[in-house]
Design a protein around this ligand. Structure first.
Ligand code: AMP
Length: 380
């Protein structure tokens, strides 16, 4: 197979776009970034069109410059992706964007594929909120259906008072109420599907969130039951095939270690529930740059370029720690062995992901020691 694609257009110019470009240069690829923000981090590395997502003339020009368009954040307007499809292939297919942009559509999509989720109910007004509370019960989580990320647009409802406060805060827009899942831990699976339908999955990753933001990932997830890996891969495969997906897809999962049992001893909850999916490369896959045979970024590019996928095995053990809000002592981090620093060229701001650190090791014990030191420096 020859690589006929040489120029890739990326909708969105954040750090994911930047890391896609960095992975693509060794393959001889070129990049054009489309992002309304003039200082988009990926714009430092590639041709950058800074225009609104509904600027048809700018989109047409962008489409004419590239062989294929992809996206690096899931809130790109579906209209934009569809408009570009008239000039150039858009991968993953925009139907994946549609499915991922609305939490209710997404949960129903999981349901149709037999993928377990937390119980959920739509909330459009006060009456449906009361009905959803009666159906789901407390504790629960109230979320905006659209544009929520990094814990924004959601509230945890532990009691009736919290429910009232959450309604006052979030009411008046399309919402979803989800049952609170007392998960043992959060996992994610990254999977990639090529033009020829070949699918490869990375080992599951254990993720730690605080305040709704990913803080740390450990890969492969420690003490993982191979059955759970297989289950996650089955779910990923169903989604990829249903969407005729091409590229990398991430699915965030809740693992329930000891599902409650009924009187007959049957588990009343599945071992794994899908929380949400991202039709793009993902923060919980950053470890793959140094920690896997082929990074998620390279595999996404291989997939959308129509060349064979790379091996997704881990090379030993890895952990990734996000740098959020402010720059840590960079020299102290770089003094640590087997530690890799990635800074995104973004201004420091509270709650903003401005970089990440990946640490690698040959054993779990070695990884734990190195990770503790990295976290100490990052959190100082
Ligand atoms: P999300 O934006 O939906 O990924 O939610 C951000 C984080 O909130 C998740 O990673 C979980 O830690 C937590 N969370 C979201 N939904 C639920 C739920 N139904 N039950 C328990 N925790 C949740």
């Amino acid at each position: 197979m020859t690589m006929t694609i040489s120029t890739i257009g990326i909708l969105g110019g954040g750090q994911l776009g930047r890391m896609l470009a960095l992975a693509g240069y060794p393959l001889g690829l070129r990049f054009h970034i489309y992002d309304p923000a003039p200082d988009a981090p990926a714009g430092h590395l590639a041709e950058h069109i800074a225009a609104p997502y509904d600027d048809m003339a700018a989109l047409e020009h962008f489409g004419a410059c590239v062989d294929v368009v992809t996206y690096e954040f899931e809130n790109v307007p579906v209209m934009t992706a569809r408009a570009l499809e008239r000039f150039v292939p858009v991968l993953p297919p925009p139907t994946a964007l549609e499915a991922a942009q609305d939490r209710l559509v997404e949960k129903r999509f999981f349901q149709t594929l037999g993928i377990p989720t937390a119980p959920f109910a739509p909330v459009d007004d006060r009456v449906s909120f009361e009905a959803a509370l009666a159906q789901i019960g407390l504790p629960a989580v109230l979320k905006t259906r659209r544009l929520g990320y990094d814990g924004k647009g959601q509230a945890f409802l532990h009691d009736a008072t919290a429910a009232k406060t959450a309604w006052n805060e979030l009411g008046g827009q399309p919402l979803i109420l989800e049952g609170y899942v007392a998960f043992a831990r959060e996992l994610s699976v990254l999977a990639v599907r090529g033009h020829d339908g070949a699918i490869a999955c990375y080992p599951l990753v254990e993720n730690l969130h605080r305040g709704g933001i990913l803080r740390r990932s450990i890969a492969p997830a420690p003490a993982l039951d191979p059955e759970v890996q297989a289950l996650a891969e089955t779910y990923a495969r169903r989604i990829l095939e249903a969407l005729k997906y091409i590229g990398v897809l991430a699915i965030e999962l809740f693992e329930i270690k000891h599902p409650p049992r009924d009187m007959e001893g049957q588990a009343t909850q599945p071992r794994l529930m899908a929380s949400e999916m991202a039709p793009r490369v993902h923060n919980s896959g950053h470890w793959t740059i140094e920690g896997a045979v082929t990074s998620q970024f390279e595999n996404h590019l291989r997939a959308i370029s129509g060349v064979p996928l790379g091996i997704t095995d881990a090379c030993g053990y890895a952990a990734m720690v996000n740098i959020i809000g402010e720059l840590p002592d960079v020299a102290a981090l770089l003094a640590l062995p087997h530690t890799h620093l990635h800074l995104y060229g973004k201004a420091a701001r509270p709650g903003r992901k401005i970089g990440h650190v990946t640490v690698c090791a040959d054993t779990r014990e070695e990884l734990a020691g190195r990770l503790a030191r990295v976290e100490e420096i990052v959190e100082q």
